[in-house]
Design a binder for this molecule. Structure first.
Ligand code: HEM
Length: 520
């Protein structure tokens, strides 16, 4: 028979760990739910190798709007709903507006000047203020006039050479942003545009080296170390980064000082900031703000316009409805302009659907928390990388019926005249709070006018393959943090002789007989 002392000892042995665990759990603040974490490596084994946003939408079913992960001790939070993203990144933006430090991009490749990667500090605030001053003022440098002319010229060139529509769309973006930011009109083989393309490739490529963020000391490995290629990649990228930051700025500054420059973001800011002795106040910030706008705007907006073409191929009925709305409102004697926008709700709905479908930056650009926070009873520690899952907002089947179908009707005002009760994609596709995209309005304007010009003048149709069947369009986006979309095999033809001559006349009047102004 057990004596009572040993019986109590046994009870103690069983109960004590349970009590200890209970008290320990009560002391450790509760993290938001998420996949099982193992000691030390945390959730590392659960991380997919690509498209984390799709996995996070799947996790939403088990864990809800907040999914918490911890990789090698680094906390990460994915926000799966618009409402939670607004509350955390918008309403509590004083805690969530920094950026995580990216070892490959910043320390090794030298992209630290790019404001999109900057921590939330004075330098960033000044740079953003410079960008806002320019991009969100309709008066400066005739932003909308340039968009209208360049969009028309791009569509005319596409009609002449439809198989090169992707190249023409990239040129439209590279050319316009160069013109707006540096007053530089590009040539067909432009060095600055090539620098922009290399920038996207190098910055996008840094994702492969995310492990350096967990083992930052590895950045000191020499390039000759067997099996190690990142120091060589970084060395090449550093040259591109330096060139993009300095070369266009220096050319514009020289022209500005010689009195031969065109009005643009850089010259406006140089004019305002040049002191009597010729020195320039905050020249570094001006340089960084300009180069970051160039780096941030070209690739993203190209993907949106490429998605417009894809949407028209996927849904010919939507294309016909867009065309007939334009025919009704604009008529056949002129081309659409920005003034028509309010009267073209279907074209606007197409643009909303483009933003939803493209999900250009599916996880936004990561925010970083600088203070502890408690949200819905969960503790979110300072130092958490926080990602708004814009993919989940766009592709959640509980919100959007058949999310992989391109359907502008989702965004039309309801028949009873009330606004749709769903959140419009332009409200989340450009990010949140104090880090929201500075080029949003600019990009939305360009998307609208390019879409309206395409609809007024072109038919976009599937190509017929050798087997006599229509060739399905390419809807495979690149898997990077800012997605890209390749061209589809398709036919882009003029809707009528009349619209072709309207387009030619407009381009002639803006660019002359060659359709090309002198590069400068
Ligand atoms: C369809 C086109 C575009 C999309 C979908 C897009 C999307 C985004 C997103 C999601 C962010 C991160 C926001 C956040 O952290 O919460 C961002 C930041 C940024 N975007 Fe855009 N963008 C577009 C066009 C542009 C254009 C045209 C420009 C410049 C003219 C631009 C310049 C920037 C800059 C400089 C930032 C960094 C802001 C910061 O970190 O404070 N973007 N964009």
């Amino acid at each position: 028979m057990l004596d009572s002392k040993s019986m109590w000892m046994d009870v103690f042995r069983i109960v004590a760990p349970a009590i200890f665990l209970y008290l320990w759990r009560r002391r450790t603040p509760r993290r938001p739910p998420g996949p099982k974490r193992l000691p030390i490596i945390g959730s590392l084994l659960q991380m997919p190798s690509t498209s984390l946003w799709e996995k996070a939408l799947e996790w939403r079913r088990s864990y809800g709007d907040l999914v918490y992960l911890e990789n090698l001790g680094k906390p990460m939070l994915i926000i799966n709903s618009y409402e939670a993203a607004v509350e955390l990144l918008g309403d509590r933006s004083s805690k969530y507006s920094s950026r995580p430090h990216l070892v490959m991009a910043i320390d090794m490749e030298g992209w630290g000047w790019n404001l999109v990667m900057a921590p939330y500090d004075d330098r960033l605030r000044k740079g953003r203020a410079y960008q806002h001053r320019f991009f969100n003022s309709r008066e400066t440098a005739n932003l909308l006039g340039a968009q209208l002319s360049e969009a028309r010229r791009a569509v005319k060139n596409i009609l002449e050479n439809p198989s090169k529509y992707k190249e023409e769309i990239s040129r439209l973006l590279g050319g316009l942003i160069m013109l707006n930011v540096y007053g530089h009109r590009i040539t067909s083989d432009d060095r600055f545009v090539k620098l922009g393309v290399s920038t996207v490739e190098y910055v996008g490529g840094t994702e492969k080296y995310f492990w350096l963020d967990f083992f930052p000391l590895l950045k000191y490995l020499p390039g000759w170390f067997p099996g190690v290629n990142f120091p060589r990649v970084a060395k090449e990228a550093r040259k591109v980064s330096h060139a993009l930051l300095h070369e266009p700025h220096d050319v514009t500054k020289r022209r500005f000082q010689e009195g031969t420059s065109k009005e643009c973001m850089t010259t406006i800011l140089l004019a305002e900031n040049t002191r009597e002795d010729g020195s320039i106040f905050e020249e570094d910030q001006i340089r960084e703000a300009a180069a970051s706008a160039f780096a941030g705007g070209v690739h993203t907006t190209s993907t949106a316009i490429m998605t417009f073409v894809l949407g028209m191929l996927k849904n010919p009925k939507a294309q016909r409805l867009g065309q007939s709305e334009i025919d009704r409102v604009v008529g056949f004697d002129r081309l659409p302009t920005f003034e028509d926008k309010d009267n073209l709700p279907y074209v606007q709905a197409i643009c909303e659907e483009v933003l939803r479908y493209a999900s250009v930056a599916p996880l936004g650009f990561p925010h970083y928390s600088t203070e502890d926070d408690v949200y819905q009873g969960y503790h979110i520690p300072a130092g958490t990388t926080v990602m708004p899952n814009q993919w989940a907002m766009s592709y959640n089947p509980e919100v959007h019926e058949e999310p992989f179908a391109f359907r502008p009707e989702r965004w039309l005002p309801r028949e009873d005249g009330k606004e749709t009760n769903r959140v419009l994609p332009h409200n989340y596709s450009f990010g949140f709070g104090r880090r929201a995209c500075v080029g949003q309005k600019w990009a939305e304007h360009l998307l609208f006018i390019t879409a309206a010009t395409f609809l007024a003048t072109c038919n976009i149709e599937k190509e017929i393959g050798n087997d006599g069947k229509p060739i399905e369009p390419n809807d495979q986006y690149g898997s990077g943090f800012a997605r890209s979309l390749g061209a589809s095999k398709c036919k882009i033809t003029s809707r009528s002789k009349k619209v072709s001559s309207l387009l030619e006349a407009a381009v002639f009047s803006d660019f002359g007989a060659k359709g090309e102004l002198e590069a400068w």
